[in-house]
Design a protein around this ligand. Structure first.
Ligand SMILES: C[S@@+](CC[C@H](N)C(=O)[O-])C[C@H]1O[C@@H](n2cnc3c(N)ncnc32)[C@H](O)[C@@H]1O
Length: 236
């Protein structure tokens, strides 16, 4: 479920070749109040947390991720920031010693896809339905009353290939499955395949997602505005 080990060594160069806009993501996070303790679920190599920690040196920032090779890169990247702590955890077994006033996931464990005028749907790196419930239940314990959960918004996935900043060819291929879709990621240097990674995703309609989240105290709180990169849920 959601293991990114094969991709870890190439993750940064793919993502910073225009896949995600980290400055804009953090612009969306820093407007939040209060911002004392923040948790990223599926922090990967720490690209968001680095930008956040630079701008918010006094906020306690925590990141968890399933994939140790991704976290190794994050650890190295964030070693200078004493306000950041990282741990290897599957969100389905999440255990942290304190509550956070903001938890978020951008492209991490869970995110929403919005295709034009259609309703958002939830994408999960966790294929098993019961495990998604367990994950939200564990997460709920780590978010303070009246705290916020932000889940990132992405555009629809499609097949494409593009040359990235190191000259290699990145490509992705999407295949529908009965529970969601499978995404194949490849990186090629000439004829040589440098990286191949397959991730199986489960999807939920917006109604199903809101219902599941509400079972763990998260109520949908924000309509989508232009330029907004997250949908928000308030913890009761
Ligand atoms: C596409 S990366 C996103 C990383 C980071 N948020 C970013 O924006 O660069 C997805 C991350 O979610 C992590 N992940 C997937 N399933 C997980 C789970 N069940 N628990 C914790 N992390 C998980 C993967 O290990 C991977 O590092």
């Amino acid at each position: 479920m959601g293991d990114y080990s094969n991709m870890a060594n190439y993750y940064d160069v793919i993502m910073t070749s225009g896949y995600y806009d980290y400055e804009k993501i953090v612009n969306n996070l820093v407007t939040h109040e209060p911002l004392h303790r923040v948790l990223e679920i599926g922090c990967g190599t720490g690209l968001i947390l680095e930008e956040l920690a630079k701008r918010q040196p006094h906020v306690r920032i925590e990141g968890i991720d399933l994939t140790q090779p991704m976290l190794d890169i994050a650890q190295h990247r964030l070693q200078a920031f004493s306000n950041v702590s990282l741990s290897q955890q599957n969100v389905c077994e999440l255990a942290l010693g304190h509550e956070h006033d903001l938890a978020f996931s951008y492209g991490g464990v869970w995110y929403f896809v919005i295709d034009g005028d259609q309703e958002p749907f939830l994408v999960s790196h966790i294929p098993d339905d019961a495990a998604n419930h367990t994950g939200f239940e564990r997460l709920s314990r780590c978010v303070a009353k009246n705290g916020t959960l932000l889940l990132g918004i992405q555009g629809p996935h499609h097949d494409y290939e593009t040359v990235i900043s190191n000259g290699m060819l990145y490509s992705q291929k999407i295949e529908p499955t009965p529970i969601g879709f499978t995404k194949h990621y490849y990186l090629k240097d000439g004829a040589q395949t440098m990286m191949a990674q397959t991730v199986n995703y489960r999807t939920y309609t917006f109604a199903q997602a809101k219902d599941m989240l509400s079972q763990y105290g998260f109520t949908y709180a924000s309509a989508q505005n232009r330029g907004q990169l997250f949908l928000g849920f308030t913890k009761s």
